[in-house]
Design a protein around this ligand. Structure first.
Ligand code: LMR
Length: 396
């Protein structure tokens, strides 16, 4: 048989958990695996701004013909403004955005671009990082290396990070998480970002920002601070932006790869390659999510409604972080897990070992990624005590 020799590969470390969770008959199960926001009722609702935009689109959409290779121009312009700032001079001069199927598609496009146009360059990833970074750059044939990010005692290792960045060969690509680092939730402060910028400049590295959680850290504008700092200081960079989380458009696969080049001419050169690569990957991007985002960002009332919904999601996650630390207090664990309240975004690197994570899954039907990453955004506020009690049992 043709298929006999192929064997079987392990399931995806994150999406595979979702399958196990769905198959678990325990009514008290808790899903803290995949990064999906849930509200007080454990639902991942469609944002009201999205519903209203969709209703408008149903009435006004005239065609289902293809959108262009770089995507919906209203969407890519609006997304670039959201990322770089509405009044950024870079918008007109030397930035371009190619619409992609989600942030994952943008990363794959960036990987293929590096493999094709910057051969021999490695991509440097934080250790740890989102495991799919390894998958995507590996699939594109780009060599992958790592810089340290978390040190002893489950703390951000900024000294280790700076020292490693200083050894990266000139010209290599360094992937930086713009905010809400996945999986750890540890973000750099502004002074640390300035230091990274100095090193990137000295070593002539090409920064690739993964910007998947804009609005989930400190605010839509605040979370873009590092990206804008680098964009204004450097002639060239790549930014992958996702609308999965902040617009709740997960399954609509909506995102973009933003390129900054030294001028119009080199920008159009890069974009010609991106269009050619995208044609070979997905031909043209899916239209619906992008039309929704363009509708929201292009209408003042919808934009304001959306901003208030992003704020509500962010505040709920922050409340869950402090709530979990409080729930752990009666077990004498508040200091050990104090970092959960200080981390940012959907995820917390709890510091739980793979063995403890497995016990949570097997004995309590609580699902976390093996690395000890918990999707705080998936916690049910009414179940914080159950979660704390289960954690206390597995760390005892
Ligand atoms: C996650 O890390 O859980 C999310 O980014 C979803 C995904 O695609 O893995």
């Amino acid at each position: 048989m043709h298929f006999d020799p192929i064997g079987r590969v392990p399931g995806d470390p994150i999406l595979g958990l979702l399958d196990s969770y769905r198959a678990d008959p325990n009514p008290a199960k808790l899903d803290l695996g995949v990064g999906v926001y849930k509200d007080d009722r454990g639902q991942t609702p469609i944002l009201r701004a999205v519903k209203l935009a969709e209703q408008r689109l149903v009435d006004s959409e005239q065609t289902k013909s293809y959108i262009g290779g770089h995507g919906d121009a209203a969407f890519t312009a609006a997304l670039t403004q959201l990322v770089l700032g509405a009044d950024s001079p870079l918008l007109a001069e030397r930035s371009g955005c190619t619409q992609t199927p989600g942030g994952t598609g943008a990363l794959r496009l960036a990987g293929e671009f590096i493999a094709r146009c910057l051969p021999g360059r490695s991509v440097w990833l934080s250790d740890p990082t989102w495991p799919i970074h390894e998958t995507l750059f590996g699939a594109a044939g780009v060599p992958v290396s790592h810089y340290p990010y978390v040190g002893a005692g489950n703390r951000l290792d900024s000294d280790g990070l700076f020292a490693a960045l200083e050894t990266i060969p000139e010209g290599d690509v360094v992937l930086l998480h713009a905010c809400c680092h996945n999986p750890t939730g540890f973000d750099l402060d502004r002074a640390q970002w300035q230091r990274v910028l100095e090193i990137v400049r000295q070593r002539r590295l090409l920064p690739l920002f993964d910007f998947a959680y804009q609005g989930f850290g400190d605010g839509l504008e605040e979370d873009a601070w590092a990206v804008r700092l680098f964009a204004e200081a450097l002639p060239e960079m790549l930014i992958t932006s996702s609308c999965s989380k902040n617009f709740g458009l997960y399954r609509e696969r909506t995102g973009g790869l933003i390129v900054l080049a030294a001028g119009r001419e080199p920008l159009e050169n890069v974009r010609s390659h991106l269009a050619a690569i995208a044609r070979g990957l997905w031909s043209t991007p899916p239209a619906h999510g992008a039309a929704v985002v363009a509708t929201i960002l292009g209408d003042e009332a919808l934009r304001q409604l959306w901003q208030s919904e992003v704020q509500a999601m962010r505040q709920r996650i922050a409340g869950l972080r402090t709530g979990l630390v409080e729930a752990l207090t009666p077990y004498g664990l508040s200091e050990r897990f104090a970092h959960i309240a200080h981390q940012r975004g959907m995820f917390s690197y709890t510091g739980l070992t793979a063995r403890q994570v497995h016990r949570l899954r097997d004995e309590h039907s609580i699902y976390l990624v093996d690395s000890g990453r918990a999707s705080v955004a998936g916690i049910d506020a009414e179940r914080l005590d159950d979660l704390a009690s289960a954690i206390a049992k597995v760390v005892a």
